[in-house]
Ligand binder design. Structure first.
Ligand code: SF4
Ligand code: SF4
Length: 412
């Protein structure tokens, strides 16, 4: 049995490194290939087995999730994933449940991939930025061709094979002005039930500003607010939006959900194709390389003082401005990666998206409080739809924050 003093952790695997068949214009991971000059970017059998063995052995809780990502993980052949399934069975302990999730751009999916996902009960995250013109504005291949048709074909195959899927949508300077168009497309066209929004915030390496495709703070605040207003009137209990689910948990006082809205971080690490472990997907660089699982046990890396300090830094380095903020309990200063602006009194370390979050979290306060009241009194939070619109709505199923709920689907 593993030492149970080990913090709960999650390891996102990049079996093919940053290799991808697309060249999305805002992608931050493509250039990570520069860390491994001359590499074939293919996880070896040895690394794969160590990754699976050590991850399972390091878990004293009965559920383990293997998250496959990239780059584009389906550039690895199915044989690789078949081997992974065999190894998971080999090392699985009695009573342990193993989940697999994969994040894909969807363009390489075919019937055989989808059969494999179905048979092995993968949860597939598919990256779509909205309807065609918004998606194709940024999600292109190296020749500049949009990928929308190929992605939608992949999504149709997932549905045909009844594979469980989530939508991951990056919010950028282009689709950021179209919250309703984007959300309604996911709800009405893709029929997605689980949606995750991720803001594109990339610093321009040649200046002190952000890249042109980065979403602006105000734009992001308006985007989240626009989606929320639609959701809270029509879709509570039927559509799960990661930000709203996490926000409700924070308002309810039982925080869970994504790391960016947690007080501390450091439990979502990355394993690169060669076994290198990094502190986080957003900190895959030399300064945050913890070690390699072929030479240092994974438990040691997860438990290292360096990684623990990385996690604590999120709270300890919060500027004073955040400490006095009325929505700190929901925002937590968001991701340290985005903390590169100055507070109004000149203190460094304020989150670039601050203005947007203040707008969004203040805006949702009233309906959140209503939903918390309903939950506390054992009524479905979906009653908020009647409260917001004055119209009667059908009862929707509900879960209490912190229980067995859909948030595991969004774990980073
Ligand atoms: S650095 Fe950001 S993305 Fe990484 S674990 Fe912390 S909050 Fe999450
Ligand atoms: S909204 Fe702004 S001030 Fe408040 S916690 Fe978030 S980043 Fe800090």
């Amino acid at each position: 049995m593993p030492a149970c003093s080990l913090p709960v952790f999650h390891l996102m695997a990049k079996p093919g490194g940053s290799r991808c068949n697309l060249a999305c214009q805002y992608c931050f991971y493509l250039r990570k290939g520069e860390l491994y000059p001359g590499s074939r970017f293919r996880m070896s059998d040895e690394v794969l087995e160590e990754y699976i063995r050590q991850t399972i052995e390091a878990h004293c809780i009965p559920e383990v999730t293997f998250a496959w990502q990239g780059g584009e993980p389906t550039l690895m052949d199915r044989d690789f994933f078949e081997k992974a399934m065999v190894l998971q069975k080999k090392y699985c302990r009695p009573g342990m449940v193993i989940h697999n999730t994969i994040q894909t751009n969807g363009t390489l999916l075919d019937d055989r991939w989808c059969e494999f996902f179905r048979q092995n009960r993968f949860l597939v995250g598919i990256s779509i930025d909205g309807p065609r013109e918004l998606h194709d504005a940024c999600r292109t291949d190296a020749a500049g061709r949009g990928s929308f048709d190929r992605v939608m074909q992949g999504l149709a195959l997932l549905k045909k094979h009844r594979v469980d899927f989530n939508i991951l949508c990056t919010v950028n300077a282009v689709n950021g002005d179209h919250p309703l168009e984007v959300y309604r497309f996911f709800r009405d066209e893709t029929k997605a039930q689980f949606i995750q929004f991720i803001p594109v915030v990339e610093r321009d390496p040649h200046s002190s500003t952000v890249t042109p495709l980065s979403v602006s703070p105000e734009q992001y605040g308006k985007f989240l607010t626009g989606v929320f207003d639609e959701w809270v009137q029509h879709d509570v209990g039927t559509i799960y939006v990661q930000h709203f689910d996490t926000a409700l948990a924070n308002w309810y006082g039982e925080p869970h959900g994504i790391c960016v809205f947690s007080p501390a971080c450091g439990s979502a690490m990355v394993i690169e194709h060669n076994g290198d472990i990094y502190s986080c997907d957003h900190f895959v660089d030399q300064d945050h390389l913890l070690g390699n699982i072929l030479t240092v046990p994974l438990t040691e890396l997860v438990n290292s003082e360096r990684q623990r300090q990385f996690g604590r830094d999120k709270r300890e380095k919060l500027p004073k401005y955040c400490q006095g903020c009325p929505v700190l309990f929901a925002c937590r200063g968001e991701c340290p990666k985005n903390r590169f602006t100055l507070t109004p009194d000149g203190e460094p370390g304020l989150n670039y998206l601050c203005e947007g979050y203040r707008m969004f979290f203040s805006h949702i306060d009233r309906p959140m409080k209503f939903m918390v009241k309903e939950l506390t009194e054992n009524r479905p939070p979906s009653n908020v739809m009647t409260y917001m619109t004055g119209k009667k709505t059908g009862a929707a199923s509900f879960h209490k924050p912190g229980g067995k709920d859909p948030s595991y689907r969004f774990r980073r």
